[in-house]
Design a protein around this ligand. Structure first.
Ligand SMILES: C[S@@+](CC[C@H](N)C(=O)[O-])C[C@H]1O[C@@H](n2cnc3c(N)ncnc32)[C@H](O)[C@@H]1O
Length: 261
């Protein structure tokens, strides 16, 4: 199976050694299978709501990544709604150790053991999923790697509201479509105090900083497309608060980009 540029970029952004990675909305499980190959976590969870898909995926995983006695591969398939993700079953791994952080409820980076990846669904649905997960598990620190299709602004606004901590972001173009990939951390303490050390920008920051001519073209194409989208929406008399805010914020990005040319 050939991995798309988008899925490869997602796999490349995993980095931290996680104990559990959840490939949510996994469909055929290509991303999770790549993470199994890369040995990215002790356990990879494949999650999707469509039962026949998950049955087929289980058979394929049994063939290519057999669960042997040596535990070369560790995986599970969950046919569930992402909103009900059982991350609490592995939550002990998130508690700060007495040795590393005596008398502190601050969670060290090394203690974040779970990564939830959601890719390939709309940003509005992704927003509902992420909110449901953290509202059901308000005391569990967990990282998210998110790659929405559209509605990035709405999703980012929600992440900022819940004081998610910004970790990294990328803008890529794959098969003539643009994708933002966003890595963030839910930290119960930051959420409680409404403070994040590094906040999530509603339009992104690093994604607009191109290091190559090729990436500068991607950035320019993306800002044009995004602004056009919101201007069209405002013309269609669907001018709501989100559209108004988005036009203002993306116009500022476009102005900065033209000034730095
Ligand atoms: C287009 S595929 C994305 C596949 C892969 N993640 C990617 O980025 O290429 C979207 C998948 O999301 C699944 N899905 C949609 N809503 C879901 C939900 N609430 N819970 C679990 N899976 C869901 C669908 O069944 C479908 O397989």
């Amino acid at each position: 199976m050939k991995m798309s540029h988008r899925l490869t970029s997602l796999a490349d952004m995993v980095e931290q050694p996680y104990t559990h990675i959840w490939d949510c909305c996994c469909d055929h499980g290509f991303l999770g299978a790549e993470l199994l190959k890369r040995n990215s976590a002790k356990h990879i969870h494949f999650v999707d709501i469509v039962a026949p898909l998950m049955q087929q995926l289980t058979q394929k995983l049994q063939l290519f990544f057999p669960l042997d006695a040596q535990q070369t591969y560790n995986w599970s398939v969950h046919c569930i709604d992402v909103a009900t993700l059982p991350i609490d079953q592995f939550a002990n791994a998130n508690k700060p150790s007495e040795k590393d952080a005596p008398n502190s409820d601050c969670i060290d980076e090394a203690d974040i053991k779970q990564l939830i990846i959601i890719a390939g669904v709309g940003g509005d649905l992704m927003k509902v999923m992420v909110e449901a997960i953290i509202n059901s598990n308000p005391n569990i620190a967990v990282d998210f790697l998110l790659c929405p299709v559209h509605h990035q602004f709405k999703l980012r606004q929600m992440l900022a509201q819940y004081a998610f901590i910004y970790l990294d972001e990328k803008l890529i173009k794959d098969n003539q479509r643009y994708y933002e990939i966003l890595k963030v951390r839910y930290q119960p303490k930051a959420a409680l105090m409404g403070l994040a050390t590094a906040t999530v920008s509603p339009v992104g920051e690093k994604i607009w900083q191109a290091q190559t001519t090729q990436q500068a073209e991607v950035v320019q194409g993306y800002i044009n497309k995004t602004l056009n989208h919101y201007r069209q929406r405002s013309k269609q008399a669907i001018m709501d608060n989100e559209v108004e805010l988005a036009i203002m914020a993306y116009s500022a990005v476009a102005k900065n980009l033209s000034e730095s040319d």
